[in-house]
Design a protein around this ligand. Structure first.
Ligand code: B3K
Ligand code: ZN
Length: 873
């Protein structure tokens, strides 16, 4: 099937000067009339056909400058519309199509969600609304007129500013929106429906007043207040941190229930998955609140990084996504705790991006080919893309990075541009050569960095060698060395930082080593004692680091490192190593377990550390992380068992103290989603998790907490912990939760997630029954992802069962989902990327399930692409 290559990029022969759209919406269908003012480019030859994209459209009429076109003057097919010989001058092309949003289950283009008409256009949804040059390098100002029945659609929204509204006869009314900022079609949006709203205002730094509104289902208004608060804080932060002011008179957000992604940054009219808007203490967890804050900020930040400056083509997706994730991570760090945020982001990177980068779906942050662009909205483009920007900031320093960003906004405002142009602004602003650095964007794979050191007491010389190596990835057999910023420090025997008088052999600037060759050996002289090196502080590069540090060294770092990230990481490394060893047959020595326990308890008892940080320290490594540490021939059941066994060994002797701490930490003040209270709850629930997995005391405590809880964070934590450990009470608690909250779809999703995490052998049977129930909302992406997505990603022992039942459950479900919503089906199937990591029996069972899916069904391009790449890997 057709592959699209970056090297084939060419501008279109025609540009779009302006777009006028007219939507007539009724229950019977939607009529779309589009007038595009089109112009040939200076270099275009007369007689060059105009080729417009279209997907599933049926042309009703077509005219140029008001005159209908003869049948021979144009052709249409499945992929669009061609005007054979357009005028060789500026002209207006008018087309008309009829849409049935009611039957659009792919949720791309114009569709209906709980009665509301809404759109999703990125990346290629606009061509499902009208014939167009549907690519991000076509920028035009839009005027949009919407006419609809006033009773069913009193609210009519599109991008930009409202310039007119009124009656349209027969119970119809209209609104006219104008977006003065030229934009690509993927940022187009329209909403029509009967919605409630909350409103507010924000005054920008230059004194302009912006009207803010969040629209939602009637009755949900109070649940939007936290999102509104997050929006205002985001707007203020972007002014302060990046000097970016908002540019329209209004900023609207609409929450909808059926959405393929988290949210969408349409110009002036963000559309959100309602799970990232609605929050009340009784129904949303602290994690939900933090996510709402983050995503509201992310979409708002796109107004500059994405909208004002957009992508030339979809290969450049990480130009806007990596950069905007970096910006939202920085926002969360400033609003909450920086170290806690960093740990959270790195953990997420390791659990999701590292497996992608080390498996058959690996691709560079800036890919050079794709079959289906929807399959490239990946954790690599987003999260690794952010890490690359972060390394840039580390290498250039805060001032240099800001200078480059200022130049980026100044030089490229209003353009559709590339990664090369992005890197160039930093080169020009700081005089740095970034040609080698650009490899981060162009190459896939997680570099393995190895550190080894030695100390010579006689000469007081400390030697540190760092090497890098990156394994081949699909289509990229050879990896050149990356520019790897390694932040570091040396720690002396008493736990304080140690200096040196001179260093030779490589580039060291203050606390930064730059590893840009295959290897570097640094010799530090004037080092009074043998130091313990703290390397990759703050996770200064997205690499897999292995060192010759002993467990004793690591636990020393866990106690003394001034870098909180490395304190956390050192403990996690010890636990991961012990679990990986146990899963492959070498039981940990009890002295090692004792030392780890002691380090954990000392951390818990340290009054200088905050609750949220302690919660991260006591959270035991994810099964995915342990599996990757093992590297090959993994038996996920053995991993789960080894993990569980180590937790029991750690907790057993201290269960009473852990239980006392759990009791002490109860929050009595009224619920607040702020970082301080949330941190306290996360530590308390982390302790509950340890107790439930690691002792006999936890199960009853979890059950009691479930019933006593006054907020969703504590109730859901107790439920999830019970389900995950499949305690005696778990089935009854799941039953109770469903009865209590089954009517609230977003809380029902929590029930689905908890249900999918159960480790017992009957879990698949239960999940099958849930999915097969006649009232299961099988077209809603949130429900499907809650059930299947979390089973695939977070229950590896059952998903990758030796008998293949887990694999087949997922492929059989995916075959059905693919017919309704290919994007959701494809995303669920990415879970099979773990196959190469598994032992042969499971690997073959997984391949067989995928092959059966491929052979027995006609699949979408989305799903076909994922399966083909996994099977080829
Ligand atoms: N830009 C959108 C993603 C759209 C996904 C299309 N498959 C959300 C975001 O990253 O902000
Ligand atoms: Zn984004």
């Amino acid at each position: 099937e057709h592959t699209i290559f970056l090297k084939d990029y060419a501008p279109t022969p025609y540009s779009v000067v302006a777009v006028d759209m007219d939507f007539k919406i009724t229950e019977a269908g939607t009529r779309v009339r589009t007038q595009m003012t089109i112009e040939p480019r200076p270099e275009t030859e007369p007689g060059t056909p105009l080729v417009l994209d279209g997907d599933g459209l049926t042309l009703q009429s077509i005219a140029i400058d008001g005159a209908p076109l003869m049948m021979v003057a144009y052709t249409t097919d499945d992929d669009g519309l061609t005007v054979v010989e357009p005028p060789f001058r500026r002209f207006v092309l008018e087309t008309e199509v009829n849409l049935t949003p009611e039957t659009n289950t792919k949720l791309m283009g114009l569709y209906r969600s709980s009665g509301t008409w809404c759109t999703q256009c990125e990346p290629e949804g606009f061509r499902r609304i009208t014939y167009y040059l549907d690519r991000p390098d076509i920028l035009a100002p839009f005027k949009v007129r919407i006419t609809a029945p006033r009773d069913i659609a009193p609210v009519l929204l599109s991008n930009g500013n409202l310039i007119d509204k009124g009656e349209a006869g027969d119970g119809m009314h209209f609104a006219l929106w104008e977006d003065p900022f030229p934009k690509p079609a993927y940022l187009f949006a329209l909403v029509a429906g009967d919605l409630g709203s909350i409103t507010d205002t924000f005054t920008t730094s230059s004194g302009r007043k912006v009207d803010l509104a969040i629209y939602c289902t009637h009755g949900k208004e109070a649940e939007c207040l936290y999102a509104m608060d997050s929006l205002k804080r985001s707007m203020a932060w972007d002014e302060k941190r990046f000097g970016r002011e908002y540019d329209l008179d209004v900023f609207n957000i609409v929450a909808v229930s059926d959405f393929n992604f988290g949210a969408m940054e349409n110009k002036g009219l963000n559309i959100f998955n309602d799970k990232l808007v609605f929050a009340l203490p009784e129904t949303a967890s602290d994690a939900n609140y933090a996510n709402i804050e983050r995503v509201i900020a992310h979409e708002y930040f796109h107004n500059w990084t994405g909208n004002r400056i957009t992508c030339r083509d979809w290969f450049q997706l990480c130009l806007k996504e990596g950069l905007t994730v970096y910006r939202d991570q920085e926002f969360s760090s400033d609003e909450r705790s920086r170290p806690v945020q960093r740990i959270h982001d790195v953990e997420n990177l390791r659990i999701t991006q590292f497996p992608e980068d080390g498996g058959p779906l690996a691709h560079p942050p800036r890919p050079d080919r794709y079959r289906e662009i929807n399959n490239f909205y990946t954790t690599t483009v987003y999260q690794k893309g952010s890490e690359v920007v972060r390394m840039l900031a580390t290498l250039l320093g805060e001032a240099g990075f800001r200078k480059g960003m200022d130049l980026y906004f100044e030089r490229h405002d209003g353009e559709a541009t590339t990664i090369e142009a992005f890197l160039k602004v930093f080169e020009d602003a700081t005089g740095t050569d970034l040609s080698q650095f650009s490899r981060w964007y162009l190459n896939a794979g997680t570099p393995a960095v190895t550190a080894s050191d030695s100390y010579d007491a006689a000469s007081q010389t400390y030697t540190l060698t760092l090497t890098q190596k990156t394994a081949p990835t699909p289509n990229q057999p050879d990896k050149p060395p990356f520019v790897i910023p390694v932040k570091f420090g040396l720690i002396g025997p008493n736990g304080s930082p140690m200096g040196w008088t001179a260093v030779a052999g490589g580039t060291v600037k203050d606390d930064l080593i730059v590893l840009d060759g295959d290897s570097v050996t640094l010799t530090f002289t004037g080092v009074a004692n043998r130091p313990v090196p703290s390397l990759l502080r703050g996770f200064s590069a997205p690499v897999k680091l292995s060192t010759n540090l002993t467990q004793q060294d690591l636990l020393f770092l866990a106690r003394h490192d001034s870098d909180p990230f490395n304190r956390w990481d050192a403990l996690q490394t010890v636990a991961t190593q012990l679990m990986a060893a146990a899963a492959t047959g070498s039981q940990p020595a009890s002295a090692d377990v004792d030392a780890l326990r002691q380090a954990i308890m000392d951390t818990l008892g340290d009054p200088a550390l905050d609750h949220a940080f302690k919660a991260q320290v006591i959270a035991m490594p994810d099964e995915t992380v342990i599996a990757r540490q093992i590297g090959r021939d993994v038996d996920p059941s053995a991993v789960a068992e080894a993990r569980h066994a180590l937790i029991r060994a750690i907790v057993g002797p201290v269960a009473e103290r852990v239980e006392a701490l759990h009791a002490e930490l109860q929050v009595i003040e009224p619920y607040s989603p702020g970082a301080a209270q949330a941190g306290r709850r996360s530590l308390r629930n982390g302790l509950l998790s340890l107790l439930t997995a690691g002792s006999d005391r936890g199960a009853a405590l979890a059950e009691a907490q479930y019933h006593a809880a006054s907020n969703m964070t504590d109730r859901y934590a107790a439920l999830a912990i019970s389900a995950h450990n499949w305690t005696k009470a778990a089935p009854a608690l799941l039953g109770d939760f469903r009865t209590r909250f089954g009517g609230d779809p977003l809380v029902f999703d929590k029930w689905l997630v908890a249900s999918s995490q159960a480790p017992d052998d009957a879990v698949i049977e239960r999940l099958r029954a849930i999915l097969a129930a006649p009232d299961f909302p099988r077209t809603n992406p949130n429900r499907l992802r809650a059930l299947l997505g979390s089973f695939v990603m977070s229950n590896p022992a059952q998903f990758a069962r030796a008998d293949g039942l887990g694999f087949r459950f997922v492929t059989e479900a995916a075959a059905e989902i693919d017919k309704v919503n290919p994007q959701v089906a494809a995303r669920v199937l990415t879970g099979f990327r773990i196959l190469p990591l598994l032992e042969a029996g499971r690997r073959e069972a997984g391949r067989a399930a995928l092959e059966a899916l491929r052979n027995q069904h006609t699949l979408s391009r989305n799903t076909g692409d994922i399966i083909d790449r996994i099977l080829a890997g």
